[in-house]
Write a protein that binds this ligand. Structure first.
Ligand SMILES: [Zn+2]
Length: 228
C-alpha cells in the first residue's frame, strides 16, 4: 500500500472542509444546525457516496455512511463535525475523513467485512452553541428527553428542539433512536497538546481517557451547565 496518495486525499479534503466556517480567515467556527454544518455534511455525504457507502442523516443530525457486513452488528468509526468558536481545521473532522479513507482501503482491498461498518460524523459534540454537547452520543444512547432539548438554548434563545426542527429533524422522537447494535467505536483525533511533537512521535494510542459529564445546575437564578 502506498501511503502518499492516501495522505494527499486526506489533506485535500481537510483543506476543502475548513472553508465551511462562519468565521472565514479566523479559524473554523462550525456550530450545530447552521448553514456551515449543513454544507460540511453535504460534502462528507458526497465523499461517503463516492466510495460506495449507503449514506443517511440520523435524528441527531450526524452523517452516517454504512458498509454492510456479514452480520448487522456494527463497528463505528468517526468523530465530530462541529467545532468550537475559532477552532482548528483538524479537530474532529480529521477523524471523519480518516474513517472514510480507512473504509475506502477496505472496499478497494475487496471482501465483505464480518461486522458492518459505519463511518459517522457526529453532531454537536463540543457544546459550543447550546452549552450541552456530546449530542449524537446521547441520542444514540437515548439519554435525552424532549424536556431536555427544550431547555438547552443558544445565546439567541433558540432551543435544541427548535434548531432540530428547523434542520429537518424530529425532536419529538429524540428518545426513540437508541442503537443497540454498536460493538465498538474507533476515533482518530488530533492531539490537543504538545507531547507527540516534543517526543517526535507520529501517532499515539490512547489507553486512558478523561470521562466528561455535564450536569444542569442553577447559578444565580438561571439555568447553566458545568463540566465535571
Ligand atoms: Zn475534538
Amino acid at each position: 500500500m502506498t501511503i502518499e496518495p492516501i495522505a494527499q486525499r486526506i489533506r485535500a479534503q481537510l483543506g476543502e472542509l475548513r472553508a465551511f466556517t462562519a468565521t472565514p480567515g479566523n479559524g473554523v467556527t462550525r456550530f450545530p444546525f447552521t448553514p456551515e454544518a449543513r454544507a460540511a455534511s453535504e460534502y462528507i455525504k458526497a465523499r461517503m457516496e463516492e466510495i460506495g457507502l449507503a449514506v443517511r442523516m440520523d435524528n441527531s443530525g450526524s452523517v452516517i455512511g454504512r458498509l454492510e457486513g456479514q452480520v448487522p452488528d456494527t463497528v463505528m468509526i468517526g468523530s465530530h463535525l462541529d467545532s468550537v468558536r475559532f477552532g482548528g481545521a483538524y479537530d474532529g473532522i480529521a477523524g471523519v475523513v480518516c474513517g472514510i479513507e480507512a473504509v475506502r482501503q477496505l472496499i478497494e482491498g475487496g471482501g465483505q467485512p464480518y461486522y458492518s461498518i459505519e463511518v459517522i460524523a457526529t453532531n454537536d459534540e463540543e457544546g459550543s452553541r447550546f452549552k450541552s454537547g456530546l449530542f449524537t452520543g446521547k441520542v444514540l444512547d437515548a439519554q435525552l428527553t424532549v424536556d431536555d432539548i427544550r431547555r438547552y438554548k443558544d445565546e439567541d434563545g433558540v432551543s435544541v428542539y427548535d434548531a432540530m426542527k428547523a434542520y429537518g429533524l424530529d425532536p419529538d422522537a429524540i428518545a426513540a433512536n437508541k442503537r443497540n447494535d454498536i460493538k465498538a467505536f474507533l476515533e482518530v483525533h488530533i492531539e490537543q497538546g504538545p507531547i507527540l511533537e516534543a517526543e517526535q512521535k507520529d501517532i499515539g494510542i490512547v489507553d486512558i481517557i478523561v470521562g466528561i459529564k455535564r450536569a444542569l445546575v442553577t447559578v444565580h437564578g438561571r439555568a447553566d451547565h458545568v463540566g465535571t
